[in-house]
Design a protein around this ligand. Structure first.
Ligand code: PEP
Ligand code: MG
Length: 758
């Protein structure tokens, strides 16, 4: 059975459209189970209605015609109950309904199985037998397993619009695809698919007609790509530090290497046309890298392929085979399977309206860059039908992580209104952003910003934030090809500290591992989120830790605004060891004549054990900072980057509320302040919640700063405490969310409700 199942699934996966997939299913199931009929009914989107979409055994004319409400017939009953129905004599069942077109009056044995994807009923799979029989357990198990596998394929095809073409409807506006919020904001624009520019794998062999012309075109194409790389390097001037931009120089050199440049010309001169010669050399070069044991080097294979695609694009343009990138839409929504940073920076910023990537998460490079550029992004969109999207109108809802393809006029109007409101709000809040955040009853809540890119550091000096509450030092590490040395780190940290001095800047020690791997420091683990990450790596590598701590301390000399934060702490001993290393670095520097003042130190509360240890931890350090992104993930056992469980990720979960109260109370017992630096602090409804808990500071995204200050200024501490009391009596995260959304509306901040996480 397992073999048969595997074969059917393989065949179905290879089908080019839903119609073909359904035909394969009904034919193979009928044959494998030796039954007389196998049919698939699908639910009409948005209706409690089923349509017969494919059948082996029932009259062919009835396919597409037979329709039934959930309240009709046995198939309707399967849908209504969303459970398996197995009958030996279907016509004798009170719910049996005879559809004359099908000719099913002859069939008695009936087994109906619901097809369910992520709790949503997509259809019903039915097998029938002429004679009376109750299907055995193995038949039922087989059909249930198959139906479960089918669900994903049907859902994918639905997104692609295949169901609609099967139903012969002309168009289906507003297909909704769900992913993960990568960067907040909404955008309406035209999809520009990154993959469409050039595909080396599909280049056919062809004889070069004019060898000289082919060589010339190839050389021109390489020169153009080299110029593009230099342009990209320049364009990233304000965003990436110069050390990171040398990567583009490496690409320029790679392009003129003997293995790539000379070898391609050699192949052209041997008679191959330029695109195929290029295809072969790119493949050879990529293979060489791929076979290397070092993960960093083997990962370079994708850089080679990317360069190859770019050369091909120019070749295709010169050979007028394809337009490749062609004209970039004025409001480009960049869509791709796995958008890279170079692809993003390829689009002039004034054209870039939004980003949608099938792979990646909120902590991917591209998402971080999108946030720094203020461009809404949706990441981790499963089954994104990339090849069908180019040129379509799309709405990117970076708040809820949703994408509307070909939005209906109504949806479009709604988002246009929202975008306008956002703009008006941003303009109106400019004033608020420059003032301190003070509650209605006069309590000042400092609002810091989160940072990690030089792009935000540049504007930091002009912002009205109270300092930097979280500088993620791993970003400069990730963007390099090796660990940065003490001097390199010093330069970066100095810039960061200077940008806000005399206001404080909290530098977090390296927090890699988990979902933030370093390309040059590969860690292979079955469960990286529970593995070697954050402070664990740094304590195991004191040489790396000391280098970072020395660089931080040196950078603070004369500025005295450094605070050091330790991530992913799960035990008290880790903090003791970390403090010892800070003291060691400080003493070493003192011996060398460098007089840094001892910085304040804090611990991130991100894992459940740290909640229960909040009190002894607070005794040891100067402040606590709640990393709600990880805390929610570990507390609820919900992967923060997995779109399948994104609906379960609730920062307003009652368990999270209780944990936060415990942390804040524990810290206050020792007179130590608590900050929240995860995304929760940028969520307007959660800000009201945190105020009630007595949080001392917040650290938020730069874009979220004005809104957060507005919320603080619109509530009194007493009001927030009353709300919290009510919230703690609620059991459902959505009810808690509703309570705070209503409170925002009552406080005249209805415009902020959408900005919250759902
Ligand atoms: C967090 O976990 O909330 C946090 C701020 O850290 P990061 O998102 O970098 O893991
Ligand atoms: Mg974290």
């Amino acid at each position: 059975m397992l073999d048969i199942l595997r074969r059917i699934v393989q065949e179905v996966s290879a089908a080019t459209n839903l119609g073909q997939a359904l035909d394969i299913i009904v034919a193979r199931v009928k044959q494998s189970l030796e039954v007389d009929v196998c049919s698939v009914y699908l639910v009409e989107p948005g209706k409690e209605r089923l349509v017969l979409m494919a059948s082996e055994g029932l009259n062919a004319e009835s396919i597409g015609k037979v329709q039934l409400d959930f309240s009709e017939g046995l198939v309707g009953l399967v849908a209504q109950r969303a459970e398996v129905i197995n009958l030996n004599n279907a016509p004798s069942h009170p719910r049996f309904k005879y559809f004359s077109e099908t000719g099913e009056e002859h069939y008695h044995g009936f087994l109906g199985v619901p097809i369910i994807h992520h709790r949503i009923l997509l259809g019903v799979l039915v097998v029938q037998q002429r004679e009376e029989r109750r299907f055995g357990d193995d038949h039922a198990a087989f059909t249930i397993t198959l139906a479960a596998q089918l669900a994903a394929a049907i859902s994918h095809a639905e997104i692609s619009g295949d169901i609609e073409s099967l139903r012969k409807e002309t168009s289906r506006p507003d297909v909704l695809i769900r992913g993960i919020s990568g960067a907040p904001g909404v955008a309406i624009g035209t999809a520009h698919v990154v993959y469409s520019k050039a595909n080396l794998d599909v280049v056919p062999d062809r004889e070069a007609k004019d060898i000289k012309a082919e060589v010339r075109q190839f050389k021109d194409a390489v020169t153009q790509v080299q110029q593009e790389m230099l342009l990209l390097k320049e364009r990233m001037g304000g965003v990436l530090p110069s050390e990171e931009r040398v990567l583009f120089d490496a690409y320029v050199m790679m392009l003129s290497s003997e293995n790539l440049y000379d070898r391609t010309i050699e192949l052209i001169e041997a008679g191959q046309w330029a695109p195929a010669a290029l295809r072969d050399t790119i493949r050879e070069n990529a293979n060489v890298f791929e076979e290397m044991d070092d993960t960093y080097l083997s990962d370079r294979a994708s850089d080679i392929r990317d360069l190859g695609r770019r050369i091909l694009m120019h070749l295709q343009q010169s050979q007028t085979l394809r337009t490749g990138y062609g004209k970039i839409p004025v409001r480009t929504v960049l869509i791709g399977e796995d958008i890279s940073v170079t692809e993003l920076t390829d689009i002039p910023p004034e054209f870039l309206a939004g980003i949608v990537s099938e792979r990646g998460s909120a902590s991917s490079h591209v998402a971080i860059l999108a946030r720094a550029l203020g461009v809404p992004a949706v990441m981790g969109v499963p089954d994104l039908p990339v090849s069908r999207l180019d040129g379509r109108e799309v709405v990117v809802d970076g708040y809820s992580g949703r994408v509307h393809i070909q939005p209906s006029e109504q949806v479009k109007q709604e988002f246009m209104r929202l975008a306008l409101e956002e703009q008006e709000l941003t303009d109106a809040l400019k004033d608020i952003a420059t003032k301190p955040a003070v509650t209605l009853d006069g309590i000042h809540i400092p609002v810091y910003v989160n940072s990690g890119l030089l792009a935000d550091i540049n504007v930091m000096a002009y912002t009205a934030s109270d300092g930097i509450g979280l500088y993620r030092t791993e970003l400069p590490f990730i963007m390099r090809e090796r660990f940065p040395g003490e001097e390199e780190q010093y330069q970066i940290y100095r810039q960061v500290l200077e940008s806000v001095a005399p206001r404080p800047a909290t530098l977090r020690t390296l927090d890699v591992g988990g979902d933030k791997p370093l390309p040059y420091f590969p860690v292979e683990e079955d469960n990286p989120f529970l593995g070697w990450r954050g402070i664990r790596i740094m304590l195991d590598h004191p040489e790396l830790f000391l280098t970072q701590l020395r660089a931080m301390l040196r950078a603070s000399v004369g500025l005295n605004n450094l605070q050091i934060l330790f991530p992913m702490v799960s035990s008290i001993s880790e903090v003791r060891e970390a403090i010892d290393l800070v003291e060691r670095a400080w003493n070493e520097l003192l011996d060398e004549g460098v007089y840094a003042i001892m910085p304040e130190m804090g611990v991130m509360i991100e894992v459940p054990s740290a909640i229960y240890l909040a009190e002894p931890l607070a005794r040891l350090v100067d402040f606590l900072s709640v990393g709600s992104n990880d805390l929610v993930q570990y507390l609820l056992a919900v992967d923060r980057n997995n779109p399948r469980v994104a609906d379960l990720y609730h920062s307003m979960h009652p368990a999270v509320l209780r944990a936060m109260v415990q942390i804040i109370d524990a810290a206050h017992c020792h007179g130590k302040p608590v900050s929240v630096c995860g995304e929760m602090a940028s969520d307007p409804a959660a800000v009201a919640l945190l105020l009630g808990m007595g949080v001392d500071h917040l650290s938020v995204s730069l874009a979220g700063l004005p809104r957060v200050k507005w919320v603080i200024g619109s509530f009194s501490k007493i009001q927030a405490c009353e709300l919290l009391e009510e919230a703690l009596c609620l059991e459902d995260p959505l009810e808690i969310r509703k309570l705070y959304n209503n409170a925002l509306v009552d406080a005249g901040l209805g415009g902020l409700v959408r900005a919250g996480k759902y």
